[in-house]
Design a protein. Sequence first.
Length: 239
Amino acid sequence: MIRPEGFGEPRGGAPIRVLLADDQGLVRAGFRALLDDAGDIEVVGEAGDGAAAVELARSTRPDVVLMDIRMPVLDGLEATRRIVADELLAGVRVLVLTTFELDEYVFEALAAGASGFLLKNTDPMELLRAIRVVAEGEALLAPSVTRRLISEFADRHRRPRADSTPLVDLSALTEREREVMALAGAGLSNEEIAERLVVSPATARTHVSRAMVKLGARDRAQLVVFAYESGLVSPGHAG
């Protein structure tokens, strides 16, 4: 993903508050050691199951939750849904961690409100960058593996309907906003969209933002989900 210079780098001011949710204590310990050494990140809690993650999110109000999918009591998908649905946690972002590239739950996680996902064997510096990117309100959607996952599994999770009415109404969007939304759905960053359409990154960002507002999209990740659910982007034709 092409990012503006400095994007995803350590930021000044208050540290990024992170909640760790994983049922393996050794994994949590490894993440905590890495994050504690980052300087600009503070681990505010650890949860061994999804239910505990939701409760800790409510009590600690982290900026980012690193969420494992497979956990006892309550899995990461349902925990993500509950966190995203809680109005008191509106500023909390969820970054899903998964073991396998082709994890069928990844699209469900994005649909549930996650701002992106990473593989657990991701390079440590990439994990730190990802936390910073998500804390800034962006979504981790551009890597090719994400495009493959979304395109492969999006059509599996559409709700069955008796008619062909799209799940998302795009009538309020301009043609350019639809075009930009389709490119975002294919995994392109604002800078890549700008290059494709020969406009400035600021103009591309404005179009993305307007599409999100008009559709009531929570964030860029949900806008991508809407692009598939509306039929604007077809599974198997992303990127």
